[in-house]
Design a protein around this ligand. Structure first.
Ligand code: SF4
Length: 259
């Protein structure tokens, strides 16, 4: 039974949910104990070409991308080029796309008018990192997701913080979010990378364990949380693409800043 048929069967139970919440709930029930590859294949079966994966081409992104390529090399891969990335990230992206044979990589940039009007000096990250993430990540992702009903991420529970309770399927902003690696351990990631001889982002060898934009990413010390180098010293721990638009707007003082 497909998730949509299941929803019809349980209409009463899901009556007060949005359709994305209902689909996510059914699919989570169906795929809770499934492997990461089966989760990706299930999402592709359910959503077809309305399913994409978002990748930062970060430290261990090769794992999710390799799994996706083993299901279909045509799954769209969305990459947010914030304009603040390390050059190494873009080179790693290009090399990995070639190595895995990914055929549909979409590079999404911030809207020029947002950057011109709100971050003309490129220093918004220093003054208001939530607003910076909003115009450079959240809005561009929201725009490109207009073409999709569901999107996948490489987040894992062991990364801690807001990720500790991740399911395989969840709903956000009327779309289904898919987290095929949610239940993987750090060791699972290492084992998979070794098994398939997958490349790590080149900055991992220089002490970076989680890699985002250059101004907001630092090295981590032995024993630190792997995301401790992101927005170090700030209360921020997520860029915002994993929160709802409403939560982001509040955080970035969206309305008062005229975004
Ligand atoms: S991570 Fe830093 S530079 Fe990148 S969008 Fe967010 S605040 Fe701006």
């Amino acid at each position: 039974m497909t998730a949509l048929n299941a929803i019809k069967d349980f209409q009463g139970r899901f009556a007060d949910m949005s359709s994305a919440e209902a689909v996510a709930a059914v699919m989570e029930g169906e795929y809770r104990d499934a492997s990461a590859r089966d989760v990706i294949a299930g999402a592709l079966r359910q959503f077809g070409d309305r399913f994409a994966l978002v990748s930062s081409f970060g430290a261990e992104s090769a794992v999710l991308l390799h799994l996706a390529a083993s299901v279909s090399k045509d799954i769209p891969i969305l990459f947010l080029d914030t304009g603040k990335l390390f050059g190494e990230t873009k080179r790693f992206r290009d090399d990995l796309v070639t190595e895995l044979g990914l055929r549909d990589v979409l590079i999404q940039k911030p809207a020029e008018e947002d950057v011109k009007s709100l971050d003309p000096k490129g220093a918004l990250w220093r003054e208001n990192n939530n607003a910076c993430c909003f115009i450079r990540k959240v809005k561009p992702l929201s725009a490109v997701l207009d073409g999709f009903d569901a999107w996948g991420t490489g987040r894992k529970r062991f990364q801690g913080g807001l990720r500790e309770e991740l399911p395989h399927f969840e709903a956000s902003d009327d779309r289904v979010k898919v987290n095929p690696l949610a239940f993987w351990t750090k060791q699972d990631v290492t084992d998979y990378m070794e098994k398939y001889n997958l490349p790590r982002h080149p900055l991992v060898a220089e002490g970076f364990s989680s890699i985002g934009c250059m101004p907001c990413t630092e090295r981590v010390s032995e024993g630190e949380d792997e995301r401790a180098g992101r927005w170090r010293g700030k209360s921020k721990s997520e860029c915002g693409i994993h929160m709802t638009l409403k939560e982001n707007a509040l955080l970035a003082s969206y309305e008062s800043s005229g975004l």
